[in-house]
Structures are given as C-alpha cells and as structure tokens.
Design a protein around this ligand. Sequence first.
Ligand SMILES: [Cu+2]
Length: 314
Amino acid sequence: MKKILIAIAVTSTLAITQGCASQIKSEPSTQTQASASTVDDPNNNSNHHAGHETRDITSKENSQQGHSGHDNHGGHGNSQNSKAANAAANLSIDGSLTPKNPVNLVIDVKDKSGKAISNFDISHEELMHLIVVSDDLQFFNHIHPTYKGNGRFEIKTAFPKPGNYTLFTDYKPAGKPQEVSVLKAQVPGQISTVPTQVDTTSSKNIGNTKVNFNLSQPVKADEEVHLVFNLQDAKNNQPIKDLQPYLGELGHLVIVKQSSSLTSSDYIHNHAMKDTPGEVHFMTAFPEPGKYKLWGQFKRNGEILTADFWVNVQ
Ligand SMILES: [Cu+2]
C-alpha cells in the first residue's frame, strides 16, 4: 500500500514542512490507531488528502489569540504559520459510526516525538475545546472532552447524518502555545449531493433572543474587520442586557472557511473584545477570499445560544 504524506492545504504563506503533517490512520468505526507520520492511502491514488478517511492533520499554533486580532489575523489562520506544530492529536472512535448514534471519541495528544503530552493549561475554562463541523458546514457542535490523563481525552457524541466531519481540537499543552489539531471522521451512508446553501440571513431568532449580524461594508481578505452581533429580546426588540459569561467571555465566535477539505487554516476561534448593552464585538481577519460560516455563541438565562451566519469575503 502506498503511503502518502498528508499536507495541510493552506493559505499561500504557510510553509509546509513534514513537521506540520502527521499521522493517523484508522477506520472510522474501529479502534485501531496508528501514529506514523504517514497515512495509508486507502485508494492508492494520488495525494488529494487521502480521501476522507478518519485521519489527523495537525496544526499550527494558537487559535485563541482572540481579543483583538493582533498580528496574526484574528486568532489563527495564516500568519504565524511558519512554525511547525508542537503537538498532534490522534482520533479513535469507539462504537458504530452511524447517524445519531452516540459514539465515544478518544483523542490522544502527543508531542512531536510521539510521546503523550500529559499536562495542559486551562484555556477558557476547559482543557480541550472540540468543534465538530460537517464538511458542508451545516452542522456545528462545540463540546468539551473529559481529560483522562496521559494525553487522552474522551467524549461521547453523535453525528447527525452520513457525511464527512472535521473535528478541530483546541488545547494548550502546559506552558506552550495554543494548538489546533484537526481530525476527520466519516459517517457512512448516502451523502447528500445538494450543494451547501449559503444563507445570507442577517437575523436569527434563537428562543427569546434575536441575534442580528450586519456588515457595514464588504469584507476583504487579510484585513482586520470589526464584527458586531446585535442581540435583542425577540419579543420587544429591546437590547439584551443580561448576557452571561460563557467560558469566561461574553461571546465566542468560531469561523470556518468553506472548503472541500477543511484544515486548521480554515478555522478561527475568537473571543468577544467588548460589549455594550445589546452588542457583542469581535475583531478578526479572514485569511483568504471565500465563503465563511460564523457561529456566534452567547449565554443567556443559563442557555447557550448559537447563531450562525455566512460571510462572503472578497
Ligand atoms: Cu469550548
């Protein structure tokens, strides 16, 4: 069987090195694991990312730079990218990967030499943040695996329908920069071929809360942008004044670029920089032109509100 290296498909400035790519090969529904820096190409064909088997690509540093966008474009994406990843994650799935069936995700985090990383810093109240999206970006889930020690995290979760899923694991090895490792899972079955709807709604009602998201001007790639979410009471349109902190912030924003094969450079995780009553502000930058989906997350009355919007970046 031919082996290929998984490369990270990326923005133009990313230096791809062998250190950036890594491992895994495991059938989605089995518990086998591998941890070489190559992957068996199940189709024995060329290197377009080894199809969509469960696999792991690892990541670049940081994603939670959050608050102002700084020098690395809002968190994560394309500029501090000449550094190779310092860690990698491996996914194995315990259970039958069928739609809506809860399975146990087992995520092992290792350092560059393949040794388990056992100490992590808490970041936004958790040791690991796991963002699961379907590759058509219609499904989004933000969950927190439990740390089991010796580099291993576990969580039970379900995938809604057949298709390919990308799992962004966001964690911080103790004393080291934030890491994002990308994992893949495939739920077998008839995959819808309907093209993703890019819905341009700028207002969503989530329970009793109306979330409005308007861009005052076209968004250009690589420019810092100020994103404002306007939250109103759905009944009377009054500004919401009772938002609660969610994971230590007034809002979290996850952004994923539409792509045929999602990588860590398609993922941005931002935190609210300020809020005025009824408004939550974020600063970010979109690394490349394209369509991006945004999920703003806020907490009110003890419930997490997730509001999704699309942004077209020129
Ligand atoms: Cu989280």
